[in-house]
Design a protein around this ligand. Structure first.
Ligand SMILES: [Zn+2]
Length: 183
């Protein structure tokens, strides 16, 4: 089922997600609905907060025809990004390199807004999958950026928080219009 995507201004986007201790049938259904909602909106990632649930849960799916490259390492060995797609991240924890990389980003909760955001060049993520199995990978490029963006959501952090003052200022009216429409 396609769910409505929560827009900026809704307080749930500022809530830290609660840890998930068990994958119930409700969580399984939520994951299926989040994937369907994300694909329908042509997004590459979606956090539970964006469908109104403050949980440590996000989905990511990098399309095979993505113009922006992604890199993935499993057990230190470079691997095919598609081998772990679509990705369901439960209770993820990230370690981000000091080295940064700036690239363009958008967010389904901010329609029409975009900006250059500085993110770690590489990210290591530890999480649990739908079987609650502990998993780990390292990522760069678009996948690394998507992981950092989604894990920020799970902690109530939004991409406009990391936008340059100038870029945020230039889109101030558009951002305010989204906030007001959410009230
Ligand atoms: Zn987002």
């Amino acid at each position: 089922m396609i769910l409505p995507i929560v827009k900026y201004g809704n307080p749930v986007l500022r809530q830290k997600g609660a840890n998930i201790s068990k994958v119930t049938p409700e969580i399984e259904q939520l994951v299926a609905d989040m994937l369907e909602t994300m694909h329908d909106a042509n997004g590459v990632g979606l956090a539970a907060q964006q469908i109104g649930k403050a949980l440590q849960l996000a989905v990511i799916d990098i399309p095979t025809d993505s113009e922006r490259p992604s890199r993935l390492w499993l057990d230190g060995k470079e691997a095919d990004v598609q081998s772990i797609m679509p990705l369901v991240l439960i209770n993820p924890k990230v370690e981000i390199t000091k080295k940064k990389e700036i690239d363009g980003e958008g967010c389904l909760s901010f329609p029409g807004i975009g900006g250059d955001i500085s993110r770690g060049y590489r990210v290591t993520v530890e999480y649990q999958d739908l079987e609650m199995k502990k998993c780990k990978f390292e990522a760069g490029g678009l996948l690394g950026r998507a992981v950092q963006h989604e894990v920020d959501h799970l902690n109530g952090v939004l991409f406009i928080d990391k936008m340059s003052k100038e870029e945020r200022e230039a889109q101030k009216d558009k951002i305010e219009a989204i906030r007001l429409a959410a009230e």
